[in-house]
Design a protein around this ligand. Structure first.
Ligand code: 6PG
Length: 237
């Protein structure tokens, strides 16, 4: 079966990308809550989502009906400046009773943390977790979440796994959603900005390379949609 290629949508700048992502987030949240009583979302890590979270923090959202997981994190304290969980908790008025941070503080190592997080995920969402929305970014090496080129995590059949560091900083172990979990989502939305990502976006658009070389190619939602919001820098425009 031919690989599913994302819908690539280009915006003039990172602010416009964040605004579009916020618009989509709000619409998806409203629809999911209306249809199923809750919106199940996985927040992305890295720096790109910061603009989006700052916009969402100004919006009227029923956060007590929004179930929040994290698509990956570095195995650091949420107090660390490297923490994806810490970034989101610092910017968004998340409801503690429906927010599930990656438990890096209470786990011995990334492997145990991944097992714990998977157990929490299955307890909350059932044996076949299906996110309404998974937010993701892409590193300039083509990784997404903490699924790095050539690493075993790419082939994990679990829902949550762990990884040794990739080539991009910070050089710390990671806990990450697997492709299997991501591809079970109803909607996957990438936010990719910056000219440093343009080279990998060209390969992605061409469907060039293997998943080992370009992990974003492994994001192929089974029954969901796949959209990549780009600024002109990342689009090479
Ligand atoms: C991480 C992120 C990672 C991120 C990309 C892009 O923990 O590093 O989850 O997958 O999305 O590396 O990062 P930037 O948004 O900082 O470019």
């Amino acid at each position: 079966m031919a690989a599913m290629l994302p819908e690539f949508v280009v915006f003039p700048n990172p602010d416009a990308v964040a605004q579009e992502a916020a618009t989509r987030f709000l619409a998806l949240a409203e629809a999911a809550i209306a249809a199923r009583g809750r919106f199940v979302v996985a927040l992305a890590g890295g720096s790109t989502p910061e603009r989006l979270y700052k916009i969402l923090a100004t919006k009227e959202l029923a956060w007590d009906k929004i179930v929040v997981f994290f698509s990956d994190d570095r195995f650091v304290s949420p107090k660390s400046r490297f923490s994806n969980v810490g970034l989101a908790l610092g910017l968004l008025p998340l409801a503690p009773q429906t927010t599930f941070p990656i438990p890096s503080e209470t786990s011995l190592d990334a492997a145990e943390c991944a097992r714990e997080y998977q157990a929490t995920l299955l307890a909350e969402l059932g044996p076949e977790p299906c996110f309404d929305l998974v937010l993701l970014g892409m590193g300039d090496d083509g990784h997404t979440a903490s699924l790095f080129p050539g690493k075993p995590a790419l082939r994990s059949t679990a829902k949550v796994t762990h990884s040794t560091p990739g080539v991009l900083p910070p050089p710390v172990d990671r806990v990450t959603f697997t492709l299997s979990l991501i591809n079970a989502a109803r909607q996957v939305l990438f936010l990719v900005t910056g000219a440093n990502k343009a080279e990998k976006v060209v390969c992605w658009k061409a469907g060039e390379g293997t998943i080992d070389m370009l992990p974003v190619l492994g994001v192929q939602p089974t029954n969901g949609t796949l959209t990549v919001l780009l600024d002109t820098g990342a689009a090479g425009a």
